[in-house]
Design a protein around this ligand. Structure first.
Ligand code: NDP
Ligand code: KPL
Length: 320
């Protein structure tokens, strides 16, 4: 059993680190040789609930992504956990192009939408799984902090590679579920993964751009009426677009949005973190996706489109 973790950032280090700590061989694939070298030299600290687990350097397998294809052909992995951001998907797929004729079990953890179609086009023989998680991971010097223990759901969305009932895919679902459970994640296989993805998309589309524009934590969104009014307007616009696209969510989504703000009150949203570090954000796959969904059904999404332009407009200078 070999698990490849592509992208050794917050989520990659948390999942990869905990899988390795549970005894599964993990290979980390990093963007730079420097990060791979550092992991091999210092090991990896995983901090959760005030305790620290140290993965010793001699047990760490970390390599630059440029070596993925050659090493994978020499020793194929059983699972590939794709843990880069939406903004790095094209680059990673370009690097993986010599692996396109292989069947690889790929679990995709990205927030936002649009990546599965791209990955499917580039890796047509692979089995693609969507993963949604409410874990909170934060990369720190030589390690990662599990900021909030959440839930992880995995499944095959309707847009993923079609698999017939009873084929290997179902067994693979279970095996990844078990691996993640043994590593200490609250993980379930879901046959409603698309619903969960759309649920997360709506939450991200309301919370992320506003926290990034106002530079506030998720909890601070609820601290005055003006903020809640704009959140509600974004929510209502998205809800109408979901309805037109026949996406029915069973949950009371407005309550869910408020509840996520409360349960992650002290979080810096991922979009705010990206803006503050001058990185590209995932806004195109979040607000941009809501705009595309509106266009598909002859609607408009003026508020989400404005969010898209406001966030994209922060680059290239950034905001100090
Ligand atoms: N963090 C969290 O708690 C959660 C994150 N997510 C989602 O998970 C995804 C990953 O998020 P997160 O871990 O926070 O992001 P990070 O930015 O912390 O990690 C992404 C990692 O990918 C690396 N990377 C970029 N390009 C490449 C490449 N070409 N090859 C290999 N590695 C590459 C980056 O390297 P470098 O640093 O060198 O640029 C970085 O280490 C996002 O879509 C996010 O929305 C979902 C739920 C929770
Ligand atoms: C749920 C939320 C808003 C938590 O911070 C998130 O997913 C993000 O920051 O991207």
């Amino acid at each position: 059993m070999v698990i490849d973790v592509v992208g050794a950032g917050s989520l990659g280090l948390l999942y990869g680190g905990k899988l390795q700590a549970a005894g599964y061989p993990v290979r980390f694939w990093t963007r730079t040789s420097e990060q791979a070298e550092k992991l091999r030299m210092y090991g990896l600290d995983i901090m959760e609930q005030g305790a620290k687990v140290k993965l010793l350097p001699e047990y760490i397998q970390a390599y630059p992504i440029s070596e993925l294809s050659a090493r994978w052909h020499h020793q194929p992995g059983d699972w590939l956990l794709l843990m880069v951001k939406q903004t790095s998907i094209d680059e990673v797929l370009h690097i993986m192009k010599t692996m396109k004729n292989h069947l690889i079990n790929i679990a995709c953890f990205q927030n936002g939408m649009g990546h599965i179609e791209k990955i499917h086009a580039a890796m047509p023989l692979s089995h693609l799984y969507r993963a949604v998680t409410t874990e909170g991971a934060k990369r720190v010097e030589n390690g990662v902090v599990r900021a909030g223990e959440g839930e992880t759901w995995i499944g095959r969305g309707v847009h993923s590679t079609a698999l017939q009932e009873g084929t290997k895919g179902n067994l693979e679902d279970i095996s990844l579920e078990v691996l993640l459970q043994q590593a200490g994640f609250n993980c379930t296989v879901s046959n409603q993964i698309d619903k969960l993805i759309y649920r997360k998309l709506l939450i991200n589309a309301v919370i992320n751009p506003l926290t990034a524009i106002w530079r506030i934590t998720n909890g601070e969104l609820l601290q005055n009426e003006q903020r809640i009014t704009v959140m509600r307007q974004l929510y209502d616009e998205a809800a109408a677009i979901y309805k037109a696209n026949e996406i029915i969510l069973d949950f009371n989504m407005w309550e869910e949005v408020l509840s996520v703000c409360r349960s992650t009150a002290t979080n810096t949203s991922s979009m705010l973190a990206d803006v503050m570090h001058g990185r590209r954000t995932e806004v195109e796959s979040i607000s941009g996706h809501i705009v595309s969904m509106a266009q598909r059904t002859g609607l408009t999404a003026p508020l989400h489109e404005t969010m898209l332009h406001l966030i994209e407009g922060i680059r290239p200078e950034g905001v100090s």
